[in-house]
Design a protein around this ligand. Structure first.
Ligand code: NOJ
Length: 758
């Protein structure tokens, strides 16, 4: 507990600075986008981003180069120091980061905003920003077209507000389901997470802003995130966590990758030669720049030579010390030029030089529309016994709506990804919280009322609300109603992990009591990640709506009453119990006296337990369902699971071997409603590969009218069938027989076949 408090305190200081800073900047910011019209040969659009970057670099002084490699954020905006003697900080838009451009060369400002699930800190400026459903909800759609819409919307809203770079794109895999940031990420499978974020970031960058992927790599828990040393072998990381980044980078051409706080095999991620130089830049072909997570830079030459290109925020390492290291030859001038080149080429590639942001007001209606569609498709119907859903409003006289502030709003995830609630927190926080504490650790509820949305669908029914804090009163209302809909939630936030997978605040007892009182009990979950459900056998239906965003209630009501047929599928496993996890206990930083007095920013010292600790990923590449399959453990709800109001049948599997392997099969909607099923293709590699468990290799979301059949051909990317051979330092396709399984979830694959690859 003490450790958690300390983490929160650290975060509190940090966020206090952010918010104070933002306040100050608001008062001073004036037309920050008016740049001088760029001139120079590099404005020739027929040249490539690389050529254009080099032409600019040829004109730059050493000081100018160094000035692009670090910047302000919180502290710089706070007026505590001005990095590198750059242009006044007052042009900053006041979000997470700001690096002034160089007007004489037309180099644009980098205005960075946290924007994992929507643009953050809008309210400080009185601006509207769309709160999208969480990243894990987006991943539950398994829909690349929707991922593109998600990214395009964030890109557009960033640009409309004058931002030129997004800090989003989180894809750390769910190795630790208690991680407080799972809601930002895209689940446990590297191919699903990589493809979804690749689609999202490509679309975001098409809006003319630089995107990023984070947190590279294996920043899988918040507990001790600055001090945990992840121990993992190369094959395991290349085939799991790093594969997600590899696919994301290749599919999107993303401009930046943020290295994480933790250490990996003894080196900090932001000075880890293998992660940055070898894997990311050489093997994945990443051409953009590596930006440190906030405060994650620990050295000058070591970091620069290992592949870090930008320190954020501050100039402790990549300010004057880097200049000196270049002058002394410790960091070669060629490496300095490479760092600058990577930043400029990313800016050219998205059009920042040619087409700087032109501020205009954000379109909330467009945001509502996308947010609602993602929520509708990302909601997962986990259970639906006896077709209790959808509800038929014409036959219901009364509905009890219980718990989780369902009268006023829907929950969201906290920390740097927190999108401000339009109109303020629907559940006002207790008095005395600092602005920082209101965002980190304190739940924020968006004004999207499930109670109102349900009432609108059932105008002739008596729909009553009980807040759920008094279990007996809730059960009594449930008993007196035809239907009971219980909302349960678990808040999650950057800066702290959830203490356990059990629902907090006596909510398990609440559900049990309601279920005992009413056989038509429907549970709606609003959680960051998986939770345990001791009551699952006693309720009629369970819907996982994650953190469903600004139109969450409307989306949910459409699903409850059947206007939308649910099609979401789990991007991560729900375990039966924490005992089944690779680590039944969350790994904790060893207790100890604070070992260091640190100074985060001048004048703001704080104490921190700086003791490093090892965390061995003994499960290796068996992340998520691979672990449960390999260990013979049955999950509560399997990866890929998700029910529908119709049913589907699979048939006619045909396998195409050879250079371009493919899988063909037929999916039929055997019910009376239109729907969409995500058909999933899994492969188990030949014995010689040494991976006797299946992996997802392809999927296709198929829209089907009642009774309709479609034949699907899914091409199998040989990369996704390969293993990473550590001795050869290369991916290899192992010749032999591949067992192929096809179906509607990782544990429901009616089609089986053998694919020979020579
Ligand atoms: C730290 C978080 O880990 C990162 O995701 C975020 O982008 C930065 N802070 C900036 O707020």
């Amino acid at each position: 507990m003490k450790l958690r408090i300390r983490t929160i305190r650290t975060q509190t200081i940090r966020l206090a600075l952010v918010l104070l800073t933002i306040g100050m900047v608001t008062a001073r910011a004036q037309f920050p986008f008016q740049q001088q019209k760029p001139k120079g040969q590099w404005m020739d659009k027929t040249l490539s981003p690389d050529q254009r970057a080099d032409l600019v670099i040829a004109q730059m002084t050493l000081d100018e180069k160094v000035s692009l490699l670090h910047g302000g954020g919180w502290a710089e905006l706070f007026g505590l120091f001005t990095p590198g003697g750059n242009a006044p900080a007052t042009k900053s838009l006041g979000n997470a980061g700001y690096i002034p451009g160089i007007p004489r060369l037309g180099i644009p400002d980098l205005q960075m905003a946290d924007a994992a699930v929507g643009v953050t800190h809008g309210s400080v400026f009185g601006r509207y920003c769309t709160a999208l459903p969480s990243g894990v909800s987006e991943a539950s759609t398994w829909d690349l077209a929707l991922a593109r819409e998600y990214g395009a919307l964030i890109g557009r809203e960033l640009r409309d507000q004058g931002y030129t770079m997004s800090l989003g794109g989180g894809i750390d895999l769910t190795r630790e389901p208690r991680n407080g940031r799972i809601f930002e990420y895209k689940g446990e499978d590297p191919i699903l997470a990589g493809k979804m974020v690749g689609a999202e970031m490509r679309a975001l960058q098409e809006q003319g802003v630089v995107g990023d992927l984070k947190h590279y790599a294996m920043n899988d828990q918040e507990n001790g995130r600055n001090y945990v040393n992840i121990k993992i072998d190369r094959r395991a990381m290349r085939e799991s966590d790093l594969l997600a980044f590899e696919i994301g980078v290749k599919d999107s051409g993303v401009g930046a990758v943020m290295c994480s706080y933790n250490l990996v095999n003894g080196d900090y991620a932001c000075e880890n030669d293998y992660l940055l130089n070898t894997a990311l830049k050489k093997d994945f072909g990443f051409q953009g720049f590596v930006i440190s997570d906030w405060g994650a830079t620990h050295s000058v030459a070591k970091a620069a030579l290992a592949g870090l290109d930008m320190e954020m925020p501050g100039n402790d390492h990549f300010g004057e010390p880097l200049k000196k290291a270049v002058e002394s030859g410790e960091v070669p001038a060629s490496r300095l030029n490479d760092m600058v080149h990577r930043i400029l080429r990313s800016e050219f590639a998205v059009g920042l030089f040619d087409n700087p942001p032109d501020r205009k007001s954000v379109d909330p209606m467009a945001g509502f529309e996308v947010a609602q569609r993602v929520a509708e498709q990302g909601t997962v119907l986990l259970k639906n016994a006896d077709a209790q859903l959808p509800l038929d409003a014409s036959r219901i006289r009364s509905i009890a709506v219980i718990g989780s502030h369902a009268d006023v709003g829907v929950l969201s995830g906290g920390g740097s990804a927190q999108v401000d609630a339009a109109g303020g927190n629907a559940v006002p926080p207790r008095a005395g919280l600092s602005p920082m504490e209101q965002v980190f650790g304190n739940p924020v509820w968006h004004h999207s009322s499930p109670l109102k949305a349900i009432r609108a669908k059932a105008p002739n029914a008596k729909v009553e609300f009980n807040e759920g804090t008094d279990t007996a009163a809730a059960a009594s209302l449930a008993h007196a109603s035809d239907i009971a809909i219980v909302f349960v939630s678990q808040h999650a936030s950057e800066g702290l992990d959830v203490p356990s997978l059990a629902l907090p605040q006596n909510q398990d007892a609440l559900v049990s009591a309601v279920a005992a009182a009413n056989p038509h009990t429907i549970v709606v979950l609003e959680t960051g990640g998986p939770v345990t459900m001791p009551w699952v056998d006693h309720v009629g239906a369970v819907l996982e709506s994650w953190y469903p965003g600004i139109r969450g209630a409307q989306a949910l009501a459409n699903i409850l009453f059947g206007e939308v047929n649910p099609s979401g599928k789990l991007p991560l496993t729900f375990p039966k119990s924490e005992a089944d996890l690779p680590r039944p206990e969350l790994a904790h930083q060893p207790a100890g006296r604070p070992e260091d007095m640190k100074t985060l920013f001048p004048g703001v010292p704080y104490k921190e337990n700086t003791r490093q600790f090892d965390l061995a990923y003994d499960e290796g590449l068996k992340v998520g369902y691979k672990w449960y399959d390999a260990e013979g453990k049955g999950p509560l709800f399997a990866f890929g699971h998700g029910r529908s109001y119709t049913t589907y049948a699979y048939s006619d599997l045909k396998l195409t071997p050879g250079q371009s392997p493919a899988v063909t099969f037929t999916v039929k909607n055997t019910g009376a409603r239109a729907g969409a099923d995500t058909a999933q293709v899994y492969a188990t590699l030949p014995t010689a590969a040494g991976e006797p468990f299946q992996r997802l290799v392809a999927w296709e979301k198929v829209q089907l009218g009642p009774g309709e059949s479609k034949t699907v051909t899914a091409k199998l990317d040989p990369h996704y069938l390969s293993i990473f051979h550590d001795d050869h330092d290369a991916w290899e396709l192992v010749p032999g027989d591949y067992q192929v399984q096809v179906g509607g979830s990782s544990r429901d694959t009616p089609l089986h076949g053998t694919l020979s690859i020579k």
